[in-house]
Every structure is written in structure tokens, then in C-alpha cells.
Design a protein around this ligand. Sequence first.
Ligand code: BG6
Length: 493
Amino acid sequence: MTSSTGLRPAAATVDIEAHLLVLFGATGDLAKRKLIPALYSLMKRRNFDDTTRVLGVATSDLSDDDYREVVRDALIKSGVDEDEAREWCAEVISYQTIKAGFGTLQGRIDEIESGAGLPGNRVFYLAIPPGVFDDTIEGIASVGLHESEGWTRVVVEKPFGVDFESASELNGLLHRWFHEDQIYRIDHYLAKETVQNILVFRFANPIFESSWNRDRIDSVEITVAETLGLEGRASYFDRSGMIRDVVQNHVFQVMTLMAMEPPVRLDSGAIRDEKVKVLRSIYPMTIDGVVRGQYSAGTSDGDIVPGYQDENGIEGESKTETYAALRVCIDNWRWRGVPFYLRAGKRMPERLTQVVVRFKRPPVYLFDGEGACRVHANVMYITLQPDEGFDLRFDVKIPGEGLELTPQSLSFRYGDVFGELPDAYETLIVDFLAGDQTLFVRGDEAEEAWRILEPVIGLDSNPESYEAGSWGPRAAADLITGEGDHWHPQHED
Ligand code: BG6
């Protein structure tokens, strides 16, 4: 497996100082499935287990040993050898119930830090439901845990607010106790190698960047399609919907990386400045630029699946969208007039995260004629997952008499060259431990994204119906206005 280095130069030594990671939500699904296995694999690979301690915090009444068992089971499930997992847990892991209050938590932190000779560097990782963010942040500050002899960082999982107002309130609360440079808002899409590579693809390869504008590009399309349905998350998802759950964060992150200007330097401030500028160039959405959908019964991955209304945990007649397609205009010098078509959907025919850049056709159609002689637009497919890679489509002449054109591709697949890509969470953990904020969402960035979507979130109208296992409601096709343009893939594909 390739080592994860975020966007730092590969040769740079990433200094991970001795620290205590206080993991709120320690018994939750995210902690068990993602964080703990990623932390373990990272510590083993980078060998910093003797300078790191992890204190799990949650509401359950557990002893250190009980929690070590929880962690051990999670590690075994992720493929770690049982004895190695046990040994690691005994050395690194402790637990404190939050029911005993923040004063007790403070005592426990002091005890662990002095026992292990730690210098007071602390990460508070909030892997908790948004409903308890406020109390947790206030609780940390109420006993002065946000100030220590070393550095203090706070990591916040998504969702970051549910609209503009709640996001700015949350920013206000965080900023009361922490500086922006101590706050790490997670969007796991930013840690995907293929998403980071958008910057390298654009700014290390002038051949593409010189075409990256309104003169050469007709439209840009971003698809985040999943075959999954609710996966036991009905109560969260039904209050959220696809625009809040995926568009505001993952899809917008990909869009800003595709559209941003070159940063003046490769540092987190400069990169995030450029991303925010893209968002500032977008007017708030209007209803006619959005199609919302909800899946009805159908087939997914070969199984017959119920419609959204009949899913476990969905009560009454829900108007929550499980699909959204948007036409976004970035009103700046580079992009004015180039539509960005965005869509995200659950219960789609396949799992696919892809950017499709459709270039302008030639100004004079020398070869255009009937049927096979038609000139196709050049198209760049950037596949972010799965089967990660690039395909650039162009026309060639079919050898033989007569003039017939056929589109062919120049292709690159990550898997063929690099094998398996590293886990996104390992990258994020190294980065917040090293104090690198590049792959985290800045406060103003989160607010700007909500500002754009505010008019189209939580709408009271019925979404269009689409069959599970299809590419979403047909009405989405009408959002695409360019001549000969359509979603890739579309219904008929
Ligand atoms: C999460 C959403 O943030 O991203 C989920 O809450 C979604 O609903 C997931 O399934 C998609 O992530 P990935 O990495 O599987 O594309």
C-alpha cells in the first residue's frame, strides 16, 4: 500500500509529536469501522505508538478493559491479528464515560498525560451526532481542556450544520474557544487520492490547464452515484436528504477543485482561499436549476429493494430527496457561461464518482456528415471511484475507404500502476496530527456552500419518483441544455 502524505512533498518528514487523542463517540460506528482501524494501521506503519495515547469517550459505562475489548473486536474485524490487537490496546487505549462529567474527564486526561509523559498536545475528535456538538464543545471549554501546555486541536465530523444559520452558529461556538487554525472540519472526499490528484492533474500538466476555461470547455458534469440505500441510517437521512448529505460537501469539494484558480503556493491558506473564491462566484440556487428525486421499489445490485417510503424507519409520507441534480453557474472570468451539472443519488445502477469534462466541438465541422461521419466532442472522464483513472476521448478515422470516424480513448488506471489506494482516514489522521489543514474544510468555505444551497434544501414539495436501480428521474435530463449534451451515464446507457 502506498504511504499517505496528503499534499505535502513526499520527501518532507512529517513530524508527529507525542499527543493524546480524545475520541468522543468512541463506541460509535465511525470509530469502530473507520477511525480505529486507520489509527492502528498508521501507528504500526509510522511507529508512533509509544508516544500516542487514545482516550475513548462515550456515554456507555465501560471500564478501560471493556473498551479495549470493543477496540480489539473492531481491529480483528478489520483483519488485525488478535494478539497484536490485544497488545496494542493494552498499551494505547483507555476509556472514560462522559456521564461522569467533564471535570472527571479532565482528571483522567491529566492522569494519562502524566503517566505516559506526554507534553499536553491534545486532539479532541468529535465523532458524535451533531445534536451533541454544542454541549461537547462547551463541556471541553468549561473545564479549560481547550488550553494546555502543548497544542490543542479539534476535529469535527460532518454534517457541519444543516443550513447557513446553523453552520455559522457552530463556527461561532468553535471560534469562541478555538482559533480557526486549531479546527479541522472533515470531508472524507478531500482525503481520497483521486480527489487530491485533481490539483496535480490541473496544475502540473499545462497541456490540460491551458484548455481549462470557457473558451474550450462546453460543460462539466460531476456524478456521485451509490447503489446503497439507507443502510440503517433512516432517522439521520430522512432529516437530511441528498443535497445536505452529499452535495453540500462531497460534490461541492470536487467542483471547487475542478474550478479553482491556481493557488499562489501549495499551502492550506492559499488553496482554501481559491476554493472559497469559486463558491463566492456562485449565486444562490433557484428551484428551476434543481431536480429532486426519490427512489421507488426496484432492483439494486441484483436484489429487489423497497421504495424509500417503505424503508425501515421512514414514517409517514416523506418528501426527502434521495437524488438531486443541479445546474450551477460559476459567474467568474474563467467559467461564465459553462454549466456545471451536478448530481448525487442513492440506489443508482452502479457506484460511480466521476467528473466528465466536455470540450467544445471544432469551429468548422470539416468531417461532419451523415451517420458514422459525425464529429464527437472531446470528453475527459475523471473517474474518482471505483476503477479510478482518466480517459480522454477523441475521434479517429476508421481505416479503409470512405470517411468514418469513431471515438477512441487515451486511458490511465491507478490500479494498473499503483495498486490499492490508501484509506482516506489514514491520510486525514496524519494531517491533523501534523497540523496540516489543507484537506480540511475552512469555516467560511462551509458557510458559503450552505449559502448557495439554502433556497433548495428541505423543500416541502414532493420529489420526482425514480425506480431504484435507474439513473434517477427523467426530468433531470431537461436540466442539460447544451446541444447534443446529456448525463454520462444516462438512462439508456
Ligand atoms: C457520506 C454520506 O458522507 O458519504 C453517505 O453521509 C454516503 O450517505 C457517503 O454514502 C459516500 O462516501 P463514499 O466514500 O462511499 O463515496
